[in-house]
Design a protein around this ligand. Sequence first.
Ligand code: SF4
Length: 492
Amino acid sequence: MKQLTKTDFIQYLRCPESLWLAKNKPVEASQFIGEFSLFLEKIAQEGYEVEGYAKKLFPNGKDLPDNASPKGTKDALNSGQKVLFQASFLSESKAFARVDVLEKLDDNSFHLYEVKSSTSIKTDKKHNHLKDACFQKYVLEECGLKVSKVSIIHLNPSFKKEGVIKAQRLLTIQDVTEFISEMYSSTLAEINSALKYLKTTSINESQCSCRSKTRSNHCDTFFYFNSDIPEYSIYEIARISAKKIQQLLDLGVVQIADVPEDFDLNTRQRRQVESVKDQKIVFNKSGVRNTLSALSFPLHFVDYETFASAIPKTDGLGPHRQMVFQVSVHTLLENGQLTHFEWLGDQMELPVDMLAKMQEFTELSGTFVSWNAPFEMGRNSEMMRLIPQFENYLKYMNGHMYDLMEVFKQDYVDYRFRGSTSIKKVLPVVCPEFSYSDLKIQDGGMALDTWGRLMLDANFLGDPQETRKNLLDYCRLDTLAMVEIYRYLMGD
Ligand code: SF4
């Protein structure tokens, strides 16, 4: 009989169909989901790291071996251990729990602690920490333990690293016993329905409930359940609402090419539909050129890469705060001359040296051009606080920043972008001679993960010189891509 873990339960609440597929057809599911990504691996590692600090709050706790069985937990409890880490329990109904910290109280009841690497207690559909804790309590009580207190240990949002990290300052313990009591009976009903659902032998695999939802709600298995959805479908229409998707489905429309002329869409969406129907580019040439011509030279095409971790690694930073570790700048003069500046950190420290050299290269002159400018501007605002000696320079940059991505929202629409304005989608279409596909580093997440390992992992397996070159190649292409796209837009 299949077991229901806490992760399964949360997945069930999010989407029963995806849980059913993962449990009943794991091979088919994995073909859509792909491998455990570097990003998910990093999140898991960070979770272990936070747990490591949480353990320091209980100096007399006993660490049960990894994957210790419920029997091992029982033996440890019988031996008089008061605090256990990773105690596991399996109920008769086949619900399984592994508890981060379990403390036996003087009245023989238990205090259950859940450790989270967030800076607050989350209660959204994707991460519901209170339902997690309810599930753990349910399993323990099914196994005959009385749980009288429940707490969530999470990262302290106002923590800032200054030298050696102390667990007491890094973490916050929040007593959630009352919340759990209030929601316990309704969550119990959901757990029972999840356990029942696990026994379901067949479901409708030809459609799932996301069919009437927007693309951002779809999980990786959307096309397993909706294999009839064609290329260039209505889900690709930029920022289309669920209401409009439903209206189109009611009209029997799933392909963009079939969207009626009089269907209510905004300008950007209407241009996309037009582009798909006529297989052509919709380009407001004069409008774009007027805007770009007004930018004052030199144009500094700039891109940052950032690192962030649950437990801060650099003094001055708090949990999950981003730190710029790399920059690439291509500077284009009015006469067409192009020069390049790049900087890649070789230590986990604030980028003081980067800003000094970058300022020397660009000076407080011309226009800074980036793709999705709020990201670069947000980092600049943070650096103003952390490295105040560059406040004037950073303020200049933010006051003279132009977002090249804006052009692709409605003034340049090509059906081959598939409703996206990502530079990774735009570049290969408008400048096919440039591509990210040959690069070892393919995106910002991979850059973050690779640099983090290079800096922190004592057993880093790659060649450090080669890895630095791969990082530099990736960031350099991001800014060169912007230059080429700019030249393309301004060309004949
Ligand atoms: S696409 Fe939506 S409804 Fe379909 S399996 Fe994924 S999350 Fe569930």
